[in-house]
Structures are given as structure tokens and as C-alpha cells.
Design a protein around this ligand. Structure first.
Ligand code: NI
Length: 167
């Protein structure tokens, strides 16, 4: 296993559209395993392949308290989105920034597992938020894209200042 570098907003590679996975071989298992190690190390509760500069439709999520519920979603599609919830979101690609985003309360996701088998899941609460956040990444969208232009500018300035200090 290996830790993978995480792209930081506003890196343009975060805007790439991920392609469907068509081959279910050892390399896709390795990618999921490396992403899991990277996510737990960060630490975070979700990671999209886009964030590690791999533009394939694969996301991982673990919203458990004790890292015991790793879920891998390949070629995920959301439907039956119902209700609304608003919660504070953060992102491993936008370190130190948290803001409120409106999401569906309950979603159904259809996806493939690591064996390429079709699966579906009905999710609500935090898991539903996480699915919507990670699916956005596969479509080149970062949570700050949902915020006002003014907030986005402030976030870019803040991150640029931090990058200069730590460079
Ligand atoms: Ni994110």
C-alpha cells in the first residue's frame, strides 16, 4: 500500500471529468486500497480518485467512528434524491476550509463493487452528504464551487497565503 498525494484546490486537475471503470483487475483493487490508506491517514471520511489525480469513477467512504466501514463505489450514479439538508462540509483538497452546503437528505446510489457486480444503496444523513460530495469530485466539482463567488475568492486567497507561508 502507498500514500497518494492529494491535489489541492484550485488545482485545475480537480476539474477533470472522471471516466467509467471498465476493467476490474488488481490495479483497481490497489487503487482503492491506496486511496483508503491515504484517506485514513489524512484523516478524512471520503475520497474520490479525482483527488489523487486518477480520473476514474471510483470513490471511497467511511463515515464510521472507528474506520470499520470502508465502502467502495465504482461508476456510481445517484437517483431518487429526496429532501434537503444543510451541513458544514470540508474537503481534503481544501484544507482548513469549512462551509455550509445544501444537499439532498436521502439518495439512492447504483454502483459497481470491486468485482464489477452491480449494487445499490439507500443512504441518508452524513453518508448521503458524503456520497454527493464525492460524486461531485468525479464531475470536476469541489464543494466550494457551491459557495458564492465572494466566498470562493476569499478561500483562494487564504489558501494561496498559506501555501506561500509553508513553501
Ligand atoms: Ni472533497
Amino acid at each position: 500500500m502507498a500514500l497518494l498525494p492529494i491535489l489541492r484546490f484550485p488545482d485545475l486537475r480537480l476539474k477533470k471529468i472522471a471516466q467509467p471503470v471498465t476493467v476490474f483487475d488488481e490495479s483497481i483493487r490497489q487503487l482503492a486500497a491506496d486511496m483508503a490508506e491515504t484517506m485514513y491517514e489524512a484523516p478524512g471520511i471520503g475520497l474520490a480518485a479525482t483527488q489523487v489525480d486518477v480520473h476514474k469513477q471510483l470513490i471511497i467512504i467511511d463515515v464510521s467512528e472507528d474506520k470499520s466501514d470502508l465502502r467502495v463505489f465504482i461508476n456510481p450514479q445517484l437517483d431518487h434524491c429526496e429532501g434537503l439538508q444543510e451541513g458544514e462540509e470540508g474537503c481534503l483538497s481544501v484544507p482548513g476550509i469549512y462551509d455550509k452546503v445544501e444537499r439532498s437528505e436521502r439518495v439512492t446510489v447504483h454502483y459497481l463493487d470491486l468485482d464489477g457486480q452491480p449494487q445499490s444503496l439507500v443512504a441518508d444523513g452524513l453518508l448521503a452528504v458524503c456520497l454527493q460530495h464525492e460524486l461531485d469530485h468525479l464531475n470536476g466539482i469541489v464543494f466550494v464551487d457551491h459557495l458564492s463567488q465572494l466566498k470562493q475568492l476569499r478561500i483562494k486567497n487564504k489558501l494561496a497565503k498559506k501555501a506561500r507561508v509553508t513553501a
